[in-house]
Ligand binder design. Structure first.
Ligand code: CO
Length: 198
């Protein structure tokens, strides 16, 4: 049977968070080309998944959808009550400068935190959920925590995870927790998944 709207995009009705070493975290993503209600509903479902886990960012591969989009919900200022939800589609970076180190965690790596070196200053060019192109300049050392979040989420769209940025010594420090996640995944699925070589 054919769909009445042949070009409508298709997304899971009940997206669920996947954890390391689920292979979806390593799959390359496809650009979003259709900006329709199905896309916007999917984004709302992603916000629900992220809020249930008290996250500040969530990328589509983390719910096993290989599309170039992520969402954020960040406090505008440190300690601020109000937060700002945003959808970032087909993002790319421009005018990258400097580095900044920040301790990161990831909903797909529960209980693991590590310092990661990121860009300090850059522009991110992206589309919103209606396909409108937007540009935001971010400066991490000037207090833009969002600058860390979007770099972390952008990595997910390339099939990269924050563990990939760690030194061998840092990986050694989280080895036990990675192994625990690997065991849990194997027990649940019967397969090893996409295990990080170390
Ligand atoms: Co993450």
């Amino acid at each position: 049977m054919t769909s009445p709207v042949a070009s409508a995009s298709s997304y899971p009705v009940a997206p669920a968070l996947v954890e390391y070493p689920h292979p979806a975290l390593r799959r390359p993503t496809e650009p979003v080309t259709v900006f329709d209600d199905a896309l916007r509903e999917f984004c709302q479902r992603m916000f629900a998944v992220m809020e249930a886990e008290a996250g500040v960012g969530l990328a589509a591969p983390q719910v096993a959808v290989s599309k170039r989009l992520f969402i954020t919900d960040h406090k505008k200022r440190k300690g601020a009550e109000e937060s700002e939800r945003r959808v970032w589609i087909n993002p790319r970076l421009e005018n990258q400068q400097g580095t900044s180190v920040y301790e990161e965690g990831c909903l797909s790596f529960p209980g693991i935190y590590a310092k990661v070196t990121r860009l300090n200053t850059f522009d991110i060019v992206y589309q919103d959920e209606y396909g409108v192109e937007r540009r935001q300049s971010l400066d991490v050392s000037a207090g833009d925590f969002l600058g860390i979040v979007v770099q972390h989420e952008l990595d997910h769209l390339e099939g990269r995870v924050f563990i990939d940025h760690l030194t061998p010594l840092q990986v050694e420090m989280v080895r036990k927790k990675l192994q625990d996640l690997e065991k849990t995944y194997k027990k649940a699925t019967g397969s090893a998944g996409a295990v990080i070589r170390r």
